[in-house]
Design a protein around this ligand. Structure first.
Ligand code: FAD
Length: 440
């Protein structure tokens, strides 16, 4: 496996200190051994791979899931738990110009459908994932951004979506929001959850439907064999008619070779505090359990969780080494202190990092890998894959089952290459610097 970051990024280091790990025990999945056969083999046991496995298994397909570490080890078990919009990063106007207004409309409808998809899974499989928050709230970090939020609310209202509500600065305390914010836009779409409880519930549902799930089974190679594929792990092989790549930010340049330079892993770092008392919440003026983020391009995302702990996240570092990880965690704490000064004495008991995945066209990809019959990929949710990754896995499975027309046309166009090939990370410092300037 050829990765574009050093080995530290793909090991235990960035994940150490993840709060979610303390909230639910892992089942004991076996490693894949010997020569296995299946109809479909899924590489990657996160929201994408497990949703695909569930849908395939429910349709009577014999499916094997292989994860290099264990299901939920990647971003799916260590994210902020915002089940929200934002899997693509393109505006309506830009999508309409490329694909036509109907296709643009369909994509935004799909984003909303992805949230309903997760809600329905939680209900259907009785997954108790500590769900809270009635939609999401975006907070203006400058006065001019409040005007942008007002324009955004008008656009959303014109589309007839989400019933947007703008709150001026004077009314923020009344909705439990305290801090240096200049107003808010709330849409009643989305909710927050405990991602580990969701991913483990999903794995149990997929296994219950007949999927065979293996941990500690890194796929080291894929080979076309007859009408299908054989994938290799250190202790075995799986031969199947179809293979699905569901590795997102943890992808490799050579799995398959086509993927080389077509995805950009980017780090995100999170901290979780000890439970904050009611008095401390009142002192900061923050009492809402609404999931929130600010209007910075390098945004912060945060929410008060049902147990009183506060989760606060932001972009991570550009490098991934023990030193860079320590700096990213310190920077996250520094921004938290700046935004929530009354909680300077509240310790952050947990902090960790992980990879999200960007595409050059700023849209998720769900579809067939060009030139490799029977190989598929679903990935690139731009840091918002709780909902979109889940629906993408499901849609990918539906396509494999022969329902070709359910993936929106905007998500079918294959991933294109970033400049600079395997050295593409060199663009990130400049991109982050320009975003930081725009955030002033
Ligand atoms: C810190 C952080 C905060 C985030 N917050 C949010 C949020 O609040 N809301 C939101 O919507 N999104 C958030 N995201 C993004 C979201 O978590 C991801 O988009 C989503 O989890 C992607 O799911 P996935 O299944 O595609 O990939 P992943 O969950 O990353 O799973 C990929 C899996 O592939 C496995 N793998 C890789 N290579 C191989 C191989 N060769 N063989 C076998 N297995 C392999 C890995 O072990 C891994 O388990 C966040 C991400 C991070 C890192």
């Amino acid at each position: 496996m050829r990765h574009i970051f050093g080995a530290y990024a793909y090991g235990a280091g960035p994940r150490t200190g993840c709060w979610w790990d303390e909230t639910a025990p892992l089942p004991d999945w076996p490693a894949a051994e010997g020569a296995l056969k299946a109809d479909v083999v899924v590489i990657g046991g996160g929201f994408t791979g497990l949703n695909a496995a569930l849908t395939l298994a429910q349709a009577g397909t014999d499916v094997v899931v292989l994860d290099a570490m264990y299901p939920g080890w990647g971003a799916s078990g260590r994210n902020g738990g915002f089940c929200c919009l934002g899997g693509g990063r393109r505006s309506f106007k830009s999508l309409a110009a490329e694909f036509g207004p109907q296709a643009a409309h369909d994509f935004f409808a799909t984003e909303r459908a992805s949230i309903d998809h997760v809600g329905a899974l939680l209900d259907r499989f009785s997954i108790d994932a500590d769900r809270h928050s009635n939609g999401e709230t975006k907070l203006a970090h400058t006065k001019s951004r409040l005007q942008e939020l007002e324009r955004e609310a008008d656009e959303i209202a014109t589309e007839g979506w989400d019933n947007p509500v703008v709150t001026g600065p004077a009314d923020l305390p009344g909705i439990g929001i305290g801090g240096n914010f200049h107003g808010a836009l709330t849409v009643r779409t989305g909710f927050a959850l405990n991602p580990r409880k969701y991913v483990l519930g999903l794995a149990a549902a997929a296994a219950g439907a007949g999927a065979r799930i293996f941990a500690q089974s890194p796929v080291t190679g894929t080979k076309k064999t007859g009408n299908g594929w054989t994938v290799s792990t250190p202790a075995g092989t799986v031969t199947a008619d179809a293979v699905l790549i569901a590795t997102n930010g943890y992808s490799s340049e050579d799995l398959p070779d086509w993927l080389s330079a077509r995805y950009m892993p980017a780090q995100s770092t999170v901290l979780v505090t000890r439970p904050i008392t009611a008095e401390e919440q009142a002192a900061q003026g923050w009492t809402t359990d609404q999931m929130c983020y600010d209007t910075r391009r390098l945004l912060h995302y945060f929410r008060l969780m049902p147990d009183g702990r506060f989760l606060f996240g932001m972009r991570g570092g550009i490098r991934s080494t023990p030193g860079a990880e320590a700096q990213a965690r310190a920077r996250t704490r520094r921004d938290f202190d700046r935004m929530f000064p009354q909680w300077a004495g509240v310790s952050s008991t947990h902090s960790w990092s992980g990879f999200v995945c960007l595409a050059r066209r700023l849209m998720p990809f769900v579809g067939a890998v060009p030139g490799s019959a029977g190989m598929y990929a679903a990935m690139a949710y731009h840091g918002n894959g709780v909902a979109m990754g889940s629906l993408s896995g499901h849609l990918m499975a539906r396509q494999i089952l022969g329902h070709d027309d359910e993936v929106p046309v905007t998500m079918r166009r294959p991933l294109t290459r970033f400049p600079f090939g395997r050295f593409r990370r060199v663009v990130m410092p400049a991109a982050y610097a320009s975003y930081a300037l725009a955030d002033l």
